[in-house]
Design a protein around this ligand. Structure first.
Ligand code: CTP
Ligand code: CA
Length: 224
């Protein structure tokens, strides 16, 4: 149920949410992207708004429409997302649901790349994007009280996600198994494990909206 801005367990709290993929340009007409739909991040923002939070929603070019009732910041690249996140702080909590491209093309062309008729192939070289979550989680000044990352993994999901929580310095990691066959990437359901300093808690497979509600409730409890 929707609440007025001054009601609900998250009333008066500012929560930052990143969502969607990023697009990294190759030239003016081409880019590198990933399969994130933005569905889980959008559902989380909606659930936070429903609990009364003031939400800044920083989103890459997502397949699903953005939530209503948020302060919406649209970006394309990882660098733009990093800048938008820094500009949105301070926040009480930050949820990093975006699928940020790990690499960008080192020198994106400013002119369209053309076939030159010789059959020669283009060579792309890459550089690593900034880790937006790690930068916020490791801030000595202005760190949100609760910093939450996501870890979409295959193979040993729990081991990867537990290591990722420690490496990045975030408080919680929401881990999921995105192996082919799970139907989670791009699907309506999610099966997650919430990893905190206290351990790992596996939630049953449920709709992305329900995962979002449950996470928003946990965030409200943690900020209380
Ligand atoms: N993340 C981020 N900035 C990046 C990369 C990731 O903010 N440049 C955030 C994601 O939004 C997510 C978390 O970090 O909350 C984990 O992302 P993930 O891609 O799983 O982690 P990586 O450190 O990029 O490791 P991997 O090599 O497994 O992709
Ligand atoms: Ca990554």
């Amino acid at each position: 149920a929707a609440l007025a801005a001054d009601e609900g367990p998250l009333a008066g709290r500012h929560v930052l949410v990143t969502s969607g993929p990023t697009h990294e340009p190759i030239d003016p007409v081409r880019y590198i992207a990933n399969r994130s739909s933005g569905a889980q991040g959008t559902a989380i923002a909606r659930a936070l708004v429903a609990q009364g939070a003031q939400v800044t929603f920083v989103t890459g070019p997502a397949a699903v429409p953005p939530p209503t009732g948020v302060r919406l910041v649209r970006v394309e690249t990882a660098i733009q997302m990093r800048d938008a996140v820094e500009a949105a702080l301070p926040a009480d909590a930050a949820v990093f649901a975006a699928a940020v491209a790990d690499w960008r093309v080192a020198q994106a062309a400013t002119s369209k790349m053309k076939k030159d008729g010789s059959g020669r192939l283009p060579q792309l070289s890459f550089t690593e994007n900034p880790d937006i979550l790690a930068a916020v989680a490791q801030r000595s000044v202005g760190r949100p009280r609760l910093v939450i990352g996501f870890a979409a993994e295959t193979d040993d999901v729990l081991a990867h996600a537990t290591a990722k929580r420690l490496r990045k310095g975030c408080d919680w990691i929401v881990a999921n198994d995105v192996s082919p066959g799970t139907g989670i990437m791009g699907g309506r359901e999610n099966a997650v494990t919430l990893i905190t300093a206290a351990g790992a808690e596996t939630w049953p497979r449920m709709g992305k909206d329900q995962v979002a509600e449950r996470l928003a409730t946990r965030i409200a409890e943690a900020l209380r």
